[in-house]
Design a protein around this ligand. Structure first.
Ligand SMILES: Nc1ncnc2c1ncn2[C@@H]1O[C@H](COP(=O)(O)OP(=O)(O)OP(=O)(O)O)[C@@H](O)[C@H]1O
Ligand SMILES: [Mg+2]
Length: 251
């Protein structure tokens, strides 16, 4: 069973440290949730696992099955089975949604394997339907003019079609109406499997009612300060983060 290890990772951007000594292991079959106040580094963590070039890894390592992936490009990491569903998906004028996803799936399969376009279209359409996505979205430019909810559905569409080993979902619930939240939550939950390791970043308990995590981590000031179970989510929902901060400062 594959595992993703984040080992003592410290990250900077433009000379300021954003993540400090992060340790986290995600095994296939596990679901981890990360919660934490705004601007504590949650998205940065997801981005550096995917290999975002803007950030500098000052110390530590990121490994899949014991092998460092730090030298790998975003594409190579995707091929190794890592997927990032972004908090703010980028808009790409000029590239249609369908072509983008098809290229990503083809790239993941490798040049030596041929993607049957006919079969892929059917899979794409079935999956889009399952996510209640309007038909027109496939032929529009990637995320351009998509509503907040459509962008989020589109990230999940990509995840379903790419079938990753490790999926990092960054605020996949933000901007969703209650029905969409239920649908996306249930869809992601139905993707749980012995071959998927899931990391879900969220501010709200609601999403985690559908995607029930095995581990809950709280991030404050660029560090994971607490790890626990579902009881942590309830307490944060009730009391906010002050008590976590206090515990952490008292240590
Ligand atoms: N490319 C960048 N350049 C400058 N500062 C950055 C960059 N990326 C992140 N930061 C800063 O790092 C901090 C952490 O940002 P990050 O987006 O990881 O927070 P977050 O925990 O995801 O917050 P939120 O809950 O609001 O999404 C913020 O202060 C942010 O401004
Ligand atoms: Mg964020």
């Amino acid at each position: 069973m594959a595992k993703l290890d984040i080992v003592n990772v410290t990250v900077s951007v433009e000379d300021s440290i954003i993540l400090r000594d992060i340790n986290l292991t995600i095994k296939q079959s596990e679901t981890h949730a990360i919660m934490g106040p705004n601007a504590t580094g949650k998205s940065t963590l997801a981005k550096i696992i995917m290999g975002h070039p803007e950030y500098t890894i000052e110390a530590g390592d990121i490994k899949i099955d014991g092998e460092s992936i730090l030298d790998m490009t975003v594409d190579e990491r995707a091929r190794a089975g890592v997927f990032l569903g972004m908090q703010n998906p980028i808009e790409v004028p000029g590239v249609t949604n369908f072509d983008f996803i098809k290229a990503a799936v083809q790239a993941k399969m490798g040049k030596e394997n041929h993607l049957s376009v006919g079969k892929f279209i059917l899979r794409f359409e079935d999956t889009a339907k399952e996510l209640s996505m309007g038909k027109g979205l496939s032929h529009r430019y990637l995320n351009v003019g998509f509503s907040g909810g459509e962008k989020k559905r589109n990230e999940i569409l990509q995840m379903k079609l790419l079938n990753p080993k490790f999926a990092l979902l960054d605020e996949i619930d933000s901007g969703l109406d209650v029905d969409a939240l239920k649908q996306i939550g249930e869809t992601v939950s139905s993707m749980k499997s012995p071959t998927l390791g899931l990391l879900v970043i969220t501010h709200y308990q609601r999403l985690l009612d559908y995607i029930i995590p095995d581990f809950v981590h709280v991030m404050i000031d660029g560090t994971i300060v607490k790890t626990g179970g579902l009881d942590l989510i309830e307490r944060i929902d009730r009391e906010g983060y002050d008590w976590v901060k206090k515990d952490y400062q008292d240590e």
